[in-house]
Design a protein around this ligand. Structure first.
Ligand SMILES: Cc1ncc(COP(=O)(O)O)c(C=O)c1O
Length: 353
C-alpha cells in the first residue's frame, strides 16, 4: 500500500481540483472549468508562491532560521507566507491596505503575524502606500537583524517560476491538453504570466485572457501602452492594479475584458448557490470575464478559469446583505424578498415542532 502521509502540511500545496461549471453557464456552447485554489492549505493560490519564494531565498542564503519575512499583501499571500513560516520557524510582518477584509486580518494574526494597515487612495510611490511601508520596514529590520527577507511578490521572479514550473503543467495534465482559453486576473501577474508561458509552449493556439476590474490600469497599458482612464477604486480584492508589476508580462496575454463590481459580486453569490462553490469575488470576476470573452468565439471552446480563493474570507462583505446594500451592490428589495421567504419558512416550521 502507498504511504499517503504528508511530512508536513506544506506537502499538500497544489494539485487542486479542476471542476466543470454547469448551471451558471447553462446555454453556452462552450465548456467552463474552475481550478479550485481554495483547496490549498491556507486557502488560496498564494500558498504556491509562498513556498516557492521562501525556498528559493533559503537556497540563495538570503533567509536563515529564525529570520523575518516582510510583504505588502492583499491578505492571501500573507496567509500562505504565514503558513510556511509556521512550519519553518520564521516571523512575519504584513502590510495591508485598509480595504482588506477583517477575516483576512484576523487569520493573519491567528497565524502569529504582525499586521500593519495603510490608508486607501494613496499613489503607489506615496510613502504611506502599502508597497512603500513594507519596503521601509524590511530595510530597517534587515539593517537591525541581518536576517530579514522582503518577499516582494510583485517583482520576485520566483512567483512567476512556480506557476510556470508547477501550476501550468498541473492544468495541462488535468485537462489532457484540451484547452482553448486560460483565464485569470492579475494581482502580481505571476499566475497569468507563468501559466501562459507553459501553455503557449505546449500549444501556441491557447488564448490567454486577463479579466480586469473597472478602475485598474492594466487593460489601458495592454491596449494603448499608456494609462488613458485615470485609475479608479474597485471593491473586488486581489485583482487589478494601479501600477505594472514585473511579474505581469503583458506580451504573453492575448485579450483583456473589463468587469465591474456589481457583476462580480452577484456572480459570487450565484456560484455558491448554484454550483456549491464558495469562492471569493475575484473568482467570479474572472468567470464573468471569461463568459464575455467566450461570446466572441465561434468554435465551441474549453475554457479554464482560475478561482484563487474562498468565499469564507469575505463573509462580512459579499455574503453580508447590509454591507452589499451600503456599497450599492444589492437592491434592498432583494433582501426584503429573501427575509420574507425566511419568515415564511420559519412560520411553517412551527407546524412541525
Ligand atoms: C484573491 C486573489 N485573486 C487573484 C489574485 C491574482 O494572482 P496573481 O498575483 O498571481 O496575479 C490574487 C493575488 O493577490 C488574489 O489574492
Amino acid at each position: 500500500m502507498k504511504n499517503q502521509i504528508s511530512r508536513t502540511i506544506l506537502d499538500t500545496i497544489g494539485n487542486t481540483p479542476l471542476v466543470r461549471l454547469n448551471k451558471v453557464v447553462a446555454g453556452s456552447k462552450h465548456q467552463f472549468f474552475a481550478k479550485m485554489e481554495y483547496f490549498n492549505p491556507a486557502g488560496s493560490i498564494k500558498d504556491r508562491i509562498a513556498l516557492s519564494i521562501i525556498e528559493a531565498a533559503e537556497k540563495r542564503g538570503e533567509l536563515r532560521p529564525g529570520g523575518y519575512l516582510v510583504e505588502a499583501t492583499a491578505g492571501n499571500t500573507g496567509m500562505g507566507l504565514a503558513l510556511v513560516a509556521a512550519v519553518k520557524g520564521y516571523k512575519c510582518i504584513f502590510v495591508l491596505p485598509e480595504k482588506m477584509s477583517e477575516e483576512k486580518r484576523a487569520m493573519l494574526r491567528a497565524y502569529g503575524a504582525r499586521v500593519v494597515i495603510t490608508p486607501m487612495g494613496v499613489e503607489p510611490e506615496d510613502p504611506m502606500s502599502h508597497y512603500s511601508v513594507a519596503k521601509r520596514i524590511a530595510t530597517r529590520l534587515k539593517e537591525k537583524t541581518g536576517n530579514c527577507f522582503y518577499t516582494n511578490q510583485y517583482h520576485n521572479p520566483d512567483n512567476f517560476d512556480v506557476h510556470y514550473n508547477v501550476t501550468g503543467p498541473e492544468i495541462w495534465e488535468q485537462c489532457n491538453g484540451e484547452i482553448d482559453v486560460f483565464a485569470a486576473g492579475v494581482g502580481t501577474g505571476g499566475t497569468l504570466s507563468g501559466v501562459a508561458k507553459y501553455l503557449k509552449e505546449k500549444n501556441p493556439q491557447v488564448k490567454i485572457l486577463c479579466a480586469d476590474p473597472v478602475g485598474s490600469i492594466l487593460a489601458d497599458l495592454f491596449h494603448h501602452g499608456k494609462i488613458v482612464d485615470p485609475p479608479g477604486a474597485w471593491k473586488v480584492e486581489g485583482v487589478g492594479e494601479d501600477m505594472l508589476p514585473d511579474n505581469c508580462h503583458l506580451n504573453r496575454y492575448d485579450a483583456f475584458v473589463k468587469v465591474n463590481d456589481e457583476e462580480a459580486f452577484a456572480m459570487t453569490r450565484r456560484l455558491v448557490l448554484e454550483e456549491g462553490l464558495c469562492v471569493g469575488p475575484s473568482s467570479a470576476l474572472i468567470l464573468i470575464g471569461a463568459m464575455k470573452y467566450a461570446e466572441t468565439l465561434e468554435k465551441p471552446s474549453k475554457i479554464i478559469v482560475i478561482m484563487p480563493d474562498s468565499g469564507k474570507a469575505y463573509l462580512s462583505k459579499v455574503f453580508n446583505d447590509k454591507w452589499m446594500v451600503e456599497n450599492g451592490l444589492l437592491n434592498p428589495k432583494q433582501i426584503e424578498q429573501a427575509f420574507n421567504i425566511e419568515v415564511k419558512a420559519s412560520e411553517e416550521m412551527k407546524n412541525y415542532v
